[in-house]
Design a protein around this ligand. Sequence first.
Ligand code: HEC
Length: 147
Amino acid sequence: MYKCKFILILFLISFPFFSYSNDGATGIVKERMDKFQESKNLMRTINKSLSDNNFDIIRQSAEKLNKWAIEMHKYFPKGSEANISNKSQAGDNIWSDPDGFKKAVKKFEITSATLIKISQNKNIDDTVSSFRELAASCKGCHKQFRN
Ligand code: HEC
């Protein structure tokens, strides 16, 4: 009996995706959802760091977001459109208007790169307005390309 449990636990550890298949998303759709959840957490971290004047954390978080911006297009391959079982909120226009989507991704890339740069001047007002522009790039894309 104990042996059985041990093997089951080992099995679950080696296949961690089984533990969160409850939301229906798997594969690349699940991966991009996780990336976006991480983005949300990074934005919260930056927001908190603005009140702490912690410019190093702001820069590091902006660097992670910029890295994600650069690779984001790889997470929306053809065939990963929203359907009933994958719970994706991706708009169909991501694939029908690829140039528009590219532009929205680029805006995110540019605003995150700007925050990396601006945060190094350690001027709180400039950093706050740069952060607001970054947040606007998230919202702008969601308005257009998220259901
Ligand atoms: C270029 C477009 C684009 C940009 C920029 C963008 N998002 Fe999204 N976001 C999406 C799309 C599309 C989805 C839906 C993905 C899916 O469900 O397949 C999404 C989903 C999400 C989700 C829900 C994830 C889940 O678990 O279902 C969160 C949270 C999120 N984005 C936060 C952010 C934040 C924060 C930023 C900015 C730092 C951001 N996004 C920038 C397009 C974008």
